[in-house]
Design a protein around this ligand. Structure first.
Ligand SMILES: Cc1cc2nc3c(=O)[nH]c(=O)nc-3n(C[C@H](O)[C@H](O)[C@H](O)COP(=O)(O)O)c2cc1C
Length: 157
């Protein structure tokens, strides 16, 4: 199974830390949207899309990258993010927009996850930030478990 992870991580590299843990398990190639070449997508069985949450969304460069993709067939994807606030899929679904875009582009989304990340944006900088030290070991373990689940699901299909 060949896996690619495309991610944007601009604030504290929180998402990059999670992406690297997942990449180790999935033996995935890690690229930013600027580095990724859509012509090589056909080589991959599974593509992960990760980002910090900025103003309740994935970073614009990742969303724009997806907008620029052709409609693909039989491509499996997964989504992950890191955020200052809690991800609550029913009320506060940071992943919703990217999920809609990926579905429009023909991706079959196998799973999604969100982790808490150190946040010093805006007023939080005056108190030294929130979620200090996160993502931490427990988050990494969850990310590895999630990656193992993806690996098993994809391998079984
Ligand atoms: C410009 C900006 C906007 C942000 N907006 C949100 C937000 O709307 N909701 C939230 O929960 N966290 C928000 N955050 C916190 C980040 O999502 C969090 O720190 C994340 O882990 C950053 O990931 P990164 O280090 O990979 O960039 C924001 C951070 C920045 C810098």
């Amino acid at each position: 199974m060949k896996t690619l992870i495309i991610y944007t991580s601009i604030h504290h590299k929180n998402t990059e830390k999670i992406a690297k843990k997942m990449a180790n398990i999935l033996e995935a190639k890690l690229l930013t949207p600027d580095e990724a070449d859509t012509n090589t997508f056909k080589e991959y069985d599974l593509i992960g899309f990760g980002s910090g949450i900025y103003h309740r969304k994935f970073h614009e460069n990742l969303l724009n990258f997806i907008d620029g993709l052709p409609v693909l067939k039989n491509k499996k994807a997964f989504i992950f993010s890191t955020s200052g606030g809690l991800w609550l899929p029913c009320v506060n679904d940071f992943n919703r927009k990217i999920k809609e875009k990926l579905t429009e582009k023909g991706f079959d989304i196998l799973g999604e996850f969100s982790y808490r990340g150190f946040n010093t944006y805006g007023p939080f900088r005056y108190i030294g930030g929130i979620n200090k030290g996160r993502p931490y070991e427990k988050d990494f373990k969850k990310a590895e478990k999630f990656a193992k689940y993806l690996k098993d699901v994809v391998l079984k299909k």
